[in-house]
Design a protein around this ligand. Sequence first.
Ligand SMILES: [Zn+2]
Length: 497
Amino acid sequence: MHTQRNYDLQRRGDPMGIALIWSLVVMLVRWMFSKRRGAISYDSSDQTALYIRMLGACVIFKQLFSRDVRVRSQVGFEPERRGSHPYLCVDFRTLHSRSENARPVPGRRVHRLFSFQRHLHSSRRLHSATTWPYNPLHILDEDYLGQAKCMLAKVGSWNFDIFLFDRLTNGNSLVTLTFHLLNQYGLIELFQLDMVKLRQFIVMVQEDYHSQNPYHNAVHAADVTQAMYCYLKEPKLAKSLTSCDILLGLLAAATHDLDHPGVNQPFLIKTNHYLAALYRNTSVLENHHWRSAVGLLRETGLFSHLPAEDGLNMERQLGSLILATDISRQNEYLSKFRRHLDQDDLCLGNASHRHFILQMALKCADICNPCRPWELSKQWSEKVTEEFFQQGNIEKRHKLEVSLLCDSQSNTVGDIQIGFMTYVVEPLFSEWARFSDTRLSQTMLGHLGLNKASWSGLRASGSLEEPEPEPDPDPPPPPAPGLAQEPQPQKIPPPEP
Ligand SMILES: [Zn+2]
């Protein structure tokens, strides 16, 4: 849908790029000399978190307009602030080195790995800003354009292959998918979102995911967003959710693991990471994901045209959704869900009930890997296990206690998956199917059962080699065995006896 405004934006070409860069400069300068310094209040954890988040913008500014990027300390704080924060004991440069022979991490990247702050891919950012497409498919190579568009035509399919889509979009699956869904729902026009700001926001979200993470990267975020879309389309939700609910649901899915470091909360706590101290060892990662998302919302001014109270309310609700993905609070949410279903008292005309269902939908989307067709599920299982073992290797290297499920010597992909499916995924999706008794729910449970059986079969045969691939039709009950899932391994009960 091309509005006159979009047309105007596109026509402006270079002047728009210049204006955009200039507005970026103005925005950054304004932060540096007003808001940012004014926001440094250690009386408020919110402001402190946002301050830390926004420090990334200072770095960007310096990288854009100065060759000197050494002014930042290795942990990313301004020198005068360093004493205010505990720092990391472990060298995070080891986090993403695949092997001892891996190439040394480039200097520019070290800053980000230490600080979790945004590393600006300036050339890509500027390029994307000046060639702003109101349709993100604009950035694709011609050869892939048609295929990616074809895939988007079936974006509501549970068999949607996000790995293929990511390749077809040249690694821009999260940007392309999120924009497509917002546009498809008409949310851009409805909320009068500025196209340039929206583009900036989504691109920055994608870039703030760590592509070095085997699992917690932008493709996982895109996968969760696609799953969320499937749930939003379910009849019970579709007929009761408001446009605001849908906007929040999609944004929460896209940002729910923003700036994930590839290690879990216990790791951050035992290494005295500043984020653990900042969030008092509670939902450390989820709080960081949320504050990171809020930082980007404010940085781009995506909601700046809304009344201040509405903007703050959106930020709060976004936080409530993202915080619900803390797997250590799984039983709390599941018990509440079960209680509502037992009492049959969920009323989706009630805003708080709708919000709760959105929380449950996001939780399902976040750990739905074992409910996907085997070929997709298996890939996710291998990726998450790789990330676990990577953490375990770092722990061993630094003589730290190896976290549960992170020791490659005593765990296998199959064992981890079977335990995860049995104790975490099945209970959640069984209740979801009670709430939303649809073909999709039955399909997901079908895949889950088959995937679990496949991992069990592989374990029994003593081989975790390639299992027999099975066909995977879409809606109808699932075919093969599969796997995958999410973070916080220490919360996952042991595998089946
Ligand atoms: Zn996640």
